[in-house]
Design a protein around this ligand. Structure first.
Ligand SMILES: Cc1cc2nc3c(=O)[nH]c(=O)nc-3n(C[C@H](O)[C@H](O)[C@H](O)COP(=O)(O)OP(=O)(O)OC[C@H]3O[C@@H](n4cnc5c(N)ncnc54)[C@H](O)[C@@H]3O)c2cc1C
Length: 386
């Protein structure tokens, strides 16, 4: 078994690893560095669709397949229109992102290897990554592997999952209004759970329709299928369609302390680094933001990387998680109040962790529901401990 040396190793060529590598590629500081990218997969399939919001033009515009200026939420039998104004909701196919990264991140600076990482051990002046075949040594390793100790069943933390299955369906004749996306439609739910349909209409004849849960329990494959079929037939009134693609996912929404797994030379990134917003499940845009934080850290003289997210957001996320994990039936009402009483611009800023305290208060007071306020009060009383 041989040992190879690099300046940096990125384990996982997913949203986080590639955002970080592409940010390094754009920065002259890394021009003379060697960066190994390791993934167990070839990354040549479209395994997900990433959506996010931002104002004006953005870094990934050339890869974005569709943008929307408006959206809607259906809850409590009401339609809440979302006029995004200066924001746009954008979507991109992961396959476009992977192939863009592959053509941009080239040797000699970037070396790609398809290997499963078995262990990472920190040493005195760096870390060693081992696969079945070889060892790789670097000063810093960025690791996208989710810690083994994370579990949806862990009662020590508030744990729910955003789990879903979606179909890209195509119809012969126009069936969708492709000028607006559906953030959440609660007209069809699985019992009392927080479950809804998310729709991205790419054109008048093609859309991603996804049946989604924010819930502590997972469901069988056939349950998603049953709700997808029912929604398409009864809500969208589409009788005939073809399914051109399927996507499935389980995204942790939790206050599990992923950041505690960071070591001096082994830094967790992506879902494994707690980069998923616990109350929304979004993380693509966070991967861009947090990669910039890491770049700043690497260029500084600081010894330890520390996430700079204001603590207050962890408390807000915890309050959402508390309601959704303990009173899952309340989800529709919770999101109804949030979207009904706040502008979508305020909500986006809140979810981007960029809102003012006044905006935070407005969101929380507007949610003036028993479980939510009870949760908020419990946290105030406990001195806002995480
Ligand atoms: C289907 C789906 C749709 C999503 N849609 C959105 C969305 O619209 N908007 C949004 O903001 N977020 C979305 N998310 C959530 C989140 O953005 C993604 O999960 C995102 O890909 C997380 O980035 P990551 O780098 O942590 O993980 P990944 O992108 O999954 O990358 C991790 C990589 O590590 C590799 N790997 C793992 N273990 C090893 C190992 N032992 N050795 C070598 N390689 C390894 C994997 O092969 C993978 O390539 C979605 C998630 C899913 C699953």
């Amino acid at each position: 078994m041989s040992t190879y040396n690099y300046d940096y190793i990125i384990v996982g060529a997913g949203a986080a690893g590639l955002n970080l590598a592409l940010a390094m590629n754009d920065d002259a500081f890394f021009e003379d560095k060697s960066i190994l990218i390791l993934d167990k997969e070839e990354k040549n399939k479209n395994d997900r669709t990433w959506s996010f919001w931002e104002t004006g033009s953005g870094k990934w515009d050339a890869l974005v397949s569709k943008t929307w200026n408006k959206g809607k939420v259906r809850a409590n039998g009401e339609t809440i229109n979302l006029n995004l104004r200066k924001y746009q909701y954008k979507t991109l196919r992961s396959s476009s992102f992977y192939s863009y990264a592959k053509t941009s991140l080239k040797e000699p600076r970037f070396i790609w290897k398809t290997e499963q990482v078995q262990k990472i051990v920190q040493s005195e002046e760096g870390a060693i990554v081992s696969s079945k075949n070889d060892n790789y040594k670097a000063k810093y390793v960025f690791d996208s592997r989710i810690p083994d100790s994370y579990s949806l069943e862990d009662a020590n933390y508030l744990n729910i999952a955003q789990h879903f299955k979606g179909w890209i369906i195509e119809t012969e004749s126009p069936a969708f209004d492709d000028s607006e996306f559906t953030m959440m439609d609660y007209d069809l739910k699985d019992g009392e759970s927080t479950s809804f349909t998310y729709i991205l209409p790419f054109s008048k004849t093609k859309a991603l329709v996804e049946f989604t849960y924010f819930s502590p329990d997972l469901v069988s494959e056939s349950t998603y299928d049953q709700y997808l079929k029912k929604y398409i037939k009864e809500q969208l009134k589409i009788e005939e369609y073809t399914i051109s693609e399927t996507e499935k996912g389980i995204i942790p929404m939790t206050n599990f302390p992923f950041e505690d797994f960071n070591q001096q030379y082994v830094i967790k990134i992506g879902t494994a680094g707690g980069w998923v917003k616990a109350s929304s499940g979004y993380s693509f845009k966070n991967c861009e933001r947090k990669s910039q934080n890491l770049i700043k850290f690497l260029k500084s003289n600081r010894e330890f990387y520390k996430d700079s997210t204001p603590k207050k957001y962890k408390h807000y996320d915890k309050i959402f998680l508390e309601v959704l994990s303990k009173e899952n039936h309340f989800g529709e009402e919770l999101f109804y109040r949030m979207y009904k009483n706040n502008s979508i611009q305020t909500i986006f800023r809140f979810l981007d962790e960029d809102s003012s305290f006044q905006e935070d208060l407005k969101i929380i007071v507007n949610l003036s529901s028993s479980p939510f306020i009870k949760g908020f009060m419990r946290h105030l009383k406990s001195g806002l401990t995480t």
